[in-house]
Design a protein around this ligand. Structure first.
Ligand code: C6P
Length: 414
């Protein structure tokens, strides 16, 4: 199991005081905190080998190139990709999905085709497909959720009968915390001839991901949610698919040769990385993955499972509390993202009062408006989310803060 006392020593921000109280950071689904190992890796690059990659014959440029490529190898290993050639560095999961919609989508989607996504998606996995559907006069279809707010597999099978060219779904919901049966969904889509993109933004930091086993064609995730810097993320794609996709951006580094009338593309994955890369981001991301590997994904899963279980139990005792997403009995189908509401309290008031207690949580539609508004029938929900550095004592502070919410809003009198 994880020794959180030891882990917390690596995260300087966790010693900060907020409103006179120690910061309790429960918004890792939005972005995670960073350990000294990542901060030092970025600082070390700036201080000792800052140079452009793929361009210099001199030592510090060679080292920068090596470290950047090495981080891709770590990223490939983290999700069990075939090699770093399948790892395209992009700004974030959002950009990864957009690149697929622009490159693969523009080539392969024709008028009248169907694109299939689910009603559980983050805006990043809705809007690029809406834009593609509009460009191509294609149909965008949504798989429903069932009563328990899991993907309705019967509806999924039905919608697959419309022969979508591409299916895109989230591995883990950023609102419900639900882990979707990715392997089964990919298998069904493939047997129907569709290619599949999995949005792994909330999965890659928290659960073991094996893209070979899932067999998805594309997988998207961001560094900043897994201890790394912002501005760097991964588009994984099977090598043969990437080979056949045209680049989206043109410029330096993505070419093998340029003539006045025509250019030839560079080898993978550089074909998709035009211009100077986010070098320090890639190096920091590599350090983050090394750190997570040191902790071990099984330990991460066990720790988050235990703390989520504890939180669900304690929250269940709160009067007027509703929790969205799988309950304790389905703990193995969820991660530590818990969205909730308290009768009579607006989620923004909850988040504001939590803040006065030093607790950082997110409240709102969580960039999943269709899910929150239409399926949960809420304008906003409050959300706590855990990572490797969170403790049961921090869950206890949440329970105390809820008592404070009730006191301030005079809900105890109801
Ligand atoms: N969700 C949240 O607070 P980016 O912003 O590109 O790194 O990640 C986008 C994204 C895509 N898919 C899912 C399932 C996500 O949860 C997110 C990011 C954050 O829930 C910020 S809105």
């Amino acid at each position: 199991m994880i020794n959180t006392d030891e882990i917390r020593k690596d995260f300087p921000i966790l010693n900060l005081k907020k409103n006179g109280k120690r910061l309790v950071y429960l918004d890792s689904a939005a972005t995670s905190q960073k350990p000294m190992q990542v901060i030092n890796a970025v600082s070390d690059y700036y201080q000792t080998y800052n140079a452009n990659i793929h361009r210099g014959m001199y030592d510090i440029s060679v080292k920068a190139t090596e470290e950047y490529t090495n981080s891709k190898e770590l990223a490939a290993d983290w999700i069990n990709a075939g090699s770093y050639r399948e790892i395209v560095y992009v700004r974030n999961a959002t950009e990864a999905i957009n690149i697929v919609a622009l490159s693969w989508g523009n080539e392969n989607i024709k008028e009248g085709d169907t694109i299939l996504i689910t009603t559980m998606e983050h805006h990043s996995n809705i809007v690029p497909w809406q834009m593609l559907a509009e460009r191509k006069k294609a149909h965008l279809e949504y798989v429903k959720l069932n009563e328990s707010k899991f993907i309705d597999m019967d509806d999924y099978r039905e919608k697959l009968k419309k022969n979508p060219k591409i299916v895109a779904f989230t591995h883990v919901s950023n609102v419900l915390g639900t882990v979707n049966p990715a392997k089964e969904m990919v298998e069904l889509a493939h047997s129907n001839g569709a290619v599949v993109l999995v949005d792994g933004a909330q999965a890659a930091p928290h659960i073991g991901v094996d893209v070979k086993n899932i067999d998805c064609d594309f997988y998207a995730f961001s560094s900043h949610k897994m201890l790394g810097p912002a501005g760097i993320g991964v588009l994984y794609a099977k090598e043969d698919i990437l080979e056949n996709m045209p680049p989206v951006l043109g410029g330096g580094d993505m070419i093998r040769s340029v003539n006045f009338d025509k250019s030839e593309w560079n080898e993978l994955p550089w074909k998709f990385e035009a211009g100077t890369s986010n070098i320090e981001g890639g190096i920091g991301f590599g350090a983050a993955i090394k750190y997570l590997k040191g902790v071990g994904i099984k330990n991460i899963e066990m720790h988050e499972n235990a703390i989520t279980m504890y939180a669900l139990k304690r929250l269940a005792d709160v009067k007027g509390m509703s929790i969205f997403g799988p309950g304790i009995e389905e703990i193995n189908k969820r991660i530590g993202v818990i969205s909730f509401k308290i009768d009579g309290a607006h989620p923004h008031d909850i988040a504001t009062i939590f803040n006065s207690e030093g607790i950082a949580i997110r409240a709102g539609h969580h960039c999943a408006m269709p899910l929150v508004r239409e399926l949960l029938s809420e304008n906003a929900v409050a959300r706590i989310s855990f990572y490797i550095y969170n403790t049961q004592e921090e869950v206890d502070t949440v329970i105390d803060a809820i008592a404070k919410v009730k006191e301030v809003l005079r809900l105890n009198k109801q």
